[in-house]
Design a protein around this ligand. Sequence first.
Ligand SMILES: *[C@@H]1O[C@H](CO)[C@@H](O)[C@H](O)[C@H]1NC(C)=O
Ligand SMILES: *[C@@H]1O[C@H](CO)[C@@H](O)[C@H](O)[C@H]1NC(C)=O
Ligand SMILES: *[C@@H]1O[C@H](CO)[C@@H](O)[C@H](O)[C@H]1NC(C)=O
Length: 344
Amino acid sequence: MALLWNSAVLFLYIVKTLGESGVPKINPFHFSGELDVGMRASVQCAVIYGDPPFEFSWSKDGHKLMDARGVSVRTFDDFTSTLVISKVDADSNGNYSCKAANSKGFDEKAALLLVKAFFNNGNCILKMAFLTINLVLILVSAKFSLADEGIPKIGPFYFHGDLVVGMRTSVLCAVIFGDPPFEFSWSKDGHKLSEARSISVKNIDDFTSNLAISKVDADSNGNYTCRASNSKGFDEKSALLSVKELGAPKVNPFNFFGELDVGMRASVHCAVIYGDIPFEFMWLKDGQPLADSRGISFRKTDEYTSNLVISKVDADSNGNYTCRVTNLKGSDERSAVLSVKGIS
Ligand SMILES: *[C@@H]1O[C@H](CO)[C@@H](O)[C@H](O)[C@H]1NC(C)=O
Ligand SMILES: *[C@@H]1O[C@H](CO)[C@@H](O)[C@H](O)[C@H]1NC(C)=O
Ligand SMILES: *[C@@H]1O[C@H](CO)[C@@H](O)[C@H](O)[C@H]1NC(C)=O
């Protein structure tokens, strides 16, 4: 009963941490709040968890989005689909949503695009007022922008707030305004980001650079900055990545079956119910490390569990067995006594 309950807790924990197993999870995306008529808008729909292949579909205000008039949707890699509107105008305003589906289920995320000069208010008088004000603003900003004409402007990007160790994440650094060619560079906490282990940086097109981290861990935490520069100047945007801290392991209590006769098989599960992967499992008997031998074997059955099996118990099997679990944050251990019937 206790084991059942504990298995249920463990299962719930994994489900809660990683989402229902294999069902996609999408990184939220946002359009820049500084989009003026004629600027370029682009967002990416990036899956951070789940099993490929994924089928991506985009819609605008509930209608399937068609490749048309400067709107293009492309698959960047197995995990990412990008939407580009090469020049936004009043018709571009709307609620854009991306759906990523696989055999297990789907996730959907949406973002509003509001072109600065054309907030579609529904109210005619307000609209007129907006248009007038915006016309003035456009004239004023046109005057201003003569000065910084062609200097790149980047849209904002964000990392998912619920990233857990082992998840995938990717963000898009997209130029919304300015003259190509651009040079993109990424840094983390002020240091140039080098492509290493799980980090990759790729330019999607002349206007966009993608940063992907295939498996985040505690080392991934930091302030990521993208800089886009051209001959006229540069712009920078930053976002914080923070992997959820789950802490040191907690091991579930376990017990040997009470009535073991000589020759019977004994097995126990050492299950972690809390903590950050990866875990290292170690088995001890009366305080001494156990080695795989003489009918004793132990193996990790998944990231969170190790099984100890004694194929045929005898007098030598009696003892106090400990499972010790260690991760980067600390360790925990549980013990159980094995006593074979009639032998002491
Ligand atoms: C945008 O669309 C999504 C999905 O269709 C919906 O959940 C969300 O409420 C919409 N947002 C707004 C502001 O209309
Ligand atoms: C991240 O880095 C940028 C650029 O160096 C800086 O302007 C910003 O304040 C930093 N953000 C945080 C939260 O440290
Ligand atoms: C078994 O070993 C653990 C760890 O060394 C210890 O804390 C525990 O008291 C021992 N149990 C018995 C019954 O000796």
